[in-house]
Design a protein around this ligand. Structure first.
Ligand SMILES: [Fe+2]
Ligand SMILES: [Fe+2]
Length: 357
């Protein structure tokens, strides 16, 4: 039986991340993994609200002046992002069922809240630029191309959620591990076709408020990616975590998961650009970008990359995707009069070196 508070005086610095003793107090005076606690502080310092970005005036006129295929690309990308963040905003709590590390618990609580901010941001964007916002939401789960990818995004969470009463710890570990990999793919690959489209529009001086919100979401997703990369590495390398055999056993499945995700995202790019492209971006560029990102994400968790070496074909995208640039470049968009608290904070002192964004 599990207890909400374990009354035993457990030293959690000696416990694994998962499947150790039940947690006792939420205390952060000593850590097994200080890096995870730093990521928690980092996430907290990023606090933002979509209302800080003005979507009136120019944003509305921009939207009206988009061509039909640009409107299609814009709306479909938002639709897919709404699905992804709905999954994350609801799913993360399930990672904690067998958590035995307080800093990981803290990080996940903050993480989940930020995913809910992301979901709310999409509603904020949609309410501001569409005449009939409900129509946009109502159509998301009727789109065959969105539905096609829903299963691979949700499958591992569903397996994990349904394993609560499972007796075999190894089976539970396997389901948790594959869910973490699936999240790593979501945070590090699946968002990026949509992100690239939003930034390409802003590079052309269109929908810049939207791109600003997306870049704030992107900054959070970078951090989430850093977290999953870190945890996957601990599970792979630290014998005490008790996952080494699981990691080995799942090797082929993991490669297949990256392969499927890359393929699905490339198909998504084809769908988006079926009637026309955005200046500076097209299907061929996005396919190459997906190969580049997939290789990068696989390398970061110690897996051999799937594709031959592929350089990043979108040289300007780092202006938007790299968190430091995001913090330094608010003047590039229409929001120069806005000052977001977290832009001013010095993040350099924290122990987040070596994360592969
Ligand atoms: Fe998110
Ligand atoms: Fe995320």
């Amino acid at each position: 039986m599990k207890n909400i508070i374990n009354k035993k005086n457990i030293d959690t610095t000696k416990q694994p991340l998962f499947f150790g003793e039940d947690l006792n107090l939420q205390r952060y005076d000593k850590y097994r993994y200080k890096k995870i606690f730093d990521l928690f502080l980092h996430q907290m310092s990023f606090y933002w609200r979509p209302e800080e970005i003005d979507l009136g005036g120019k944003e509305k006129t921009d939207f009206i002046s988009l061509t039909d295929h640009e409107k299609f690309i814009f709306t479909k990308n938002l639709s897919y992002q709404i699905l992804l963040d709905s999954v994350q905003g609801r799913g993360i709590g399930h990672l904690l069922n067998d958590c035995s590390n307080p800093e990981l618990e803290a990080y996940c609580k903050a993480w989940e809240f930020f995913e809910t901010i992301h979901s709310y941001s999409y509603t904020y964007i949609i309410k501001n630029v569409y005449a009939n916002p409900s129509e946009v939401f109502d159509e998301i789960l009727t789109d065959k191309e969105v539905l096609k990818r829903t299963t691979s995004v949700t499958k591992y969470y569903d397996d994990l959620i349904n394993s609560v009463n499972e007796k075999d710890v190894n089976n539970k570990k396997k389901k948790l591990y594959l869910t973490l990999v699936s999240i790593n793919i979501l945070e590090g690959i699946r968002f990026y076709v949509s992100f690239a489209c939003a930034y390409a529009m802003a590079q052309n001086k269109k929908m810049e408020g939207n791109a600003k919100i997306i870049s704030l979401i992107n900054r959070d997703e970078n951090l989430h990616l850093a977290f999953t990369q870190t945890v996957l590495k601990y599970l792979k390398d630290n014998k005490d975590e008790g996952f080494k055999h699981i990691v080995k056993e799942c090797e082929e499945t993991v490669i297949k998961m990256y392969e499927d995700a890359a393929k699905e995202e490339m198909e998504w790019a084809a769908y988006l650009f079926k009637d026309g492209s955005i200046l500076g971006l097209n299907e061929t560029i996005l396919v190459q970008y997906m190969k580049h990102l997939t290789n990068k994400r696989m390398r970061a968790i110690g897996t051999k990359p799937l594709f031959p070496d592929t350089p990043n074909p979108i040289n300007w995208i780092q202006n938007w995707t790299e968190s430091k640039r995001v913090q330094n470049a608010p003047q590039e968009t229409e929001i120069e009069s806005y000052k977001i608290g977290s832009f001013d904070q010095d993040m350099g002192k924290m122990d987040v070196d070596g994360f592969n964004f």
